[in-house]
Design a protein around this ligand. Structure first.
Ligand code: HEC
Ligand code: HEC
Length: 264
């Protein structure tokens, strides 16, 4: 085992030791390291999130549903995948190693791939249609736990990607010379400008971020964190972003998916 894997494994063991005893008492709030981004929302944002009439995500879900069933186009997602309600465990299993593309892909990458199988026009990653379909599939996976299965034929490759993500998470970067871990492990609950720093769990994506006035994927959010520390920002879709996503999801394994969420 490499040092990174060891470090990572021992981190998971500590994690389990903290989580298990507390979770057995239903009256206890989860320990702060296990809280999703929703636990850090203001009361007014939470109220908006819980009110479908006020929550802008409702419109994105409607749009996703129309694209899925294909009222707008001849060939649709449903033709191959059936009713969307039958697809509850897709979004919680990404990113995956694609043996076809020989790289790690996330749900939005898969949607872009599949959109080419329909009569919809070619899409890029942050296309509103891709985000709407991503929101729809994440909504189906709400309350499912994150479940990543390394494909048995590509276990080694998968592990390599995970180790790379773990390495990136602790690598200092940018003019602020900070790593992800400095904020999302060591400063949880502290205020940074108008935000409270959360553990950075990947359970609430895609997000509708008020300051973007749009949905955005986890890819865009992580790029925003690079920008926050004034580091060179990776290209959308780059492997380092997928490796970080894989690491974040392994780090959050066992947590439930929140479905698409509102952010400030
Ligand atoms: C200087 C502090 C800082 C650093 C370093 C940083 N982030 Fe963030 N990050 C934030 C803040 C602030 C937010 C918005 C509030 C929140 O959700 O934590 C955020 C949000 C996030 C979220 C969204 C969580 C949610 O539920 O909406 C993810 C995921 C994330 N960061 C991942 C990363 C990754 C991966 C790195 C390293 C590449 C990183 N961050 C580096 C400060 C930081
Ligand atoms: C012509 C058939 C076809 C159509 C239409 C299609 N897909 Fe797919 N989809 C596939 C196949 C085949 C796979 C298996 C992986 C691959 O080859 O990309 C797949 C895989 C997927 C997966 C991952 C499933 C898993 O278990 O890993 C998702 C998510 C997905 N498609 C979403 C969509 C969406 C969203 C649309 C509509 C934009 C769509 N698909 C349209 C054939 C299709």
């Amino acid at each position: 085992m490499t040092q990174t894997t060891l470090r990572w494994v021992s981190c998971v063991c500590l994690w389990m030791a903290v989580l298990l005893p507390l979770n057995s008492n239903a009256n206890e709030r989860p320990p702060v390291q296990a809280q999703s981004g929703n636990a850090f929302l203001s009361a007014s944002m939470l109220a908006m999130q819980n009110d479908p009439m006020a929550n802008p995500i409702s419109l994105w879900l409607d749009k996703g549903k129309a694209l899925w069933t294909g009222t707008e186009s001849k060939s649709s997602c449903a033709q191959c995948h059936g009713p969307v309600e039958n697809n509850k465990t897709l979004a919680n299993q990404f990113p995956k190693w694609s043996s076809k593309l020989k790289k790690l892909i996330n749900l939005e990458d898969q949607i872009v791939q599949c959109a080419e199988r329909t009569s919809q026009a070619r899409k890029n990653l942050e296309d509103p249609d891709v985000l709407a379909l991503s929101a729809l599939l994440h909504q189906q996976s709400k309350n499912q736990t994150i479940l990543l299965r390394p494909n048995t034929q590509h276990k080694e490759e998968w592990q390599k990607q995970l180790n790379a993500g773990a390495e990136l998470f602790i690598q200092r970067m940018g003019r602020m010379n900070l790593a992800c871990t400095h904020c999302h492990d060591q400063n949880i609950g502290k205020r940074m400008q108008a935000d409270l720093i959360s553990p950075g769990h990947p359970t609430g994506f895609p997000i509708f971020k008020m300051s973007w006035q749009s949905m955005g994927s986890i890819d865009r959010r992580i790029r925003a964190c690079y920008s926050g520390v004034q580091a060179d920002i990776p290209q959308p879709g780059s492997q380092e972003l997928r490796q970080l996503e894989l690491f974040l999801k392994m780090r959050a394994e066992g947590l439930a998916m929140d479905g698409p969420s509102l952010r400030r």
